[in-house]
Write a protein that binds this ligand. Sequence first.
Ligand code: GDP
Ligand code: IMO
Ligand code: MG
Length: 429
Amino acid sequence: MQHAIVTGGQWGDEGKGKIIDILSGRFDVVVRYQGGNNAGHTVVINGRKFFLHLIPSGIFHPEKICVIGNGVVLDPFSFLEEVKGLKESRIAVSPKNLCISDRAHLVMPYHKAIDQAAETLKAGKKIGTTGRGIGPAYTSKVMRSGIRAADLLSESLLVDKIKENLAYFNYLLKGYFKANVLNVDDVIEDILSVREEILPYIVNSAYLLERFRNEGKSILFEGAQASLLDIDHGTYPFVTSSSVVAGGVGPGTGFSPAHIKSVIGVFKAYLTRVGSGPFPTEQTNGIGEALRQTGSEYGTTTGRPRRCGWFDMVAARYAQIINGYTGIALTKLDVLSQFEEIPVCTGYQYKGEIIHEFPAELEVLENLKPMYTFLPGWKAPISGVDRFDMLPREAQDYVRFIEEQIRCQVLIVSTGPDRNQTVMMPGMS
Ligand code: GDP
Ligand code: IMO
Ligand code: MG
């Protein structure tokens, strides 16, 4: 198998965890390249449910190597908690099958404090972040004052950097946000208490990936969040703070894009969003509620109810442009079984004009009118169907419609949360 990238094509929670777990069987190495523990990926294996936030979704294949790339922002406490949880579930996790890039930036307690204080201050204009300190951690990185995993190697250097950072962040917390400051000794003590446990995981990951490549190993790059949450291409400012799109793999891992030929986009058969921001096809009615209940649309990380709506083809085609998908995984098709007909948004109307390009301006995104094409529903349960020809004709047509409209082949169709509730299309075998 050639190296490949998987990214979310919508606003997150498309089922990337499930798809990456399945695909991991075909690769040797799985690498996260951006985001942090704002991600929440659910993997269901023979009815057992696992939740991942930082650790790549390849971890359930004990013979594979998982790497947390330099583009990830790593909360050391959350990382160790996740390792502990997996070990308690008898999943093999150790520095033998899991590594952290020495260049990955750390999410520190003051980043979380600022994230939460900033949201509180915004009152009615909240972004609705996960409160995990992601934006502030990337801010530190870009301000060139961040603390990297490599800094854990020297205790004295680490302590100096924490003191320097905290002087700045406490000033902000107290002076600007009118929030509680953090005690520098507590922060230092907490970090030093986990330092030794993290150290064995740290590697120079660009060299490691280059070695794997030279050995002929295949690498799967796992995107968290999704294209419409990308810092550059998403619905700014209602986005996350990293480069989510496929191109983020280069800066996020040091692996050259010249070596990668496949990019798989994961799309839910409808659409959800957590947090604030524009969502043209949102259904704030009984339909949205029906999708939420049937699809169990509650956040894996924060437990918040997800906003639900119809598939947005204008947004999907945009995701195709900014990622260059060579294949699609379409998930949660089973959730649509209840509907007589299924609307798909195929254009927008704004001030009397029809637009087919995904706009940058919030004002437009918030006030446009979606134009729908109505596809017939199938009104029959399809949970667990694992062959395309066993799907009702209308369900097959729905998949084909999405394929034609995005102009990209569907490689995987998911009909339930479990590993085996999956249709592998001919292009995948
Ligand atoms: P991720 O963040 O993209 O990995 O997605 P999440 O795990 O946050 O959310 C997807 C949810 O849908 C999880 O609860 C999955 O177990 C579940 N899921 C994934 N694929 C399917 C599917 O085809 N059908 C149904 N009903 N649930 C699915
Ligand atoms: P996975 O990988 C869905 C959203 C938050 C908020 C915005 C910014 O599970 O698909 P942040 O904490 O990143 O600063 O929040 O981004 N968000 C996600 N929404 N799935 C995710 O990850 C998300 N990660 C962040 O809800 O709107
Ligand atoms: Mg999720």
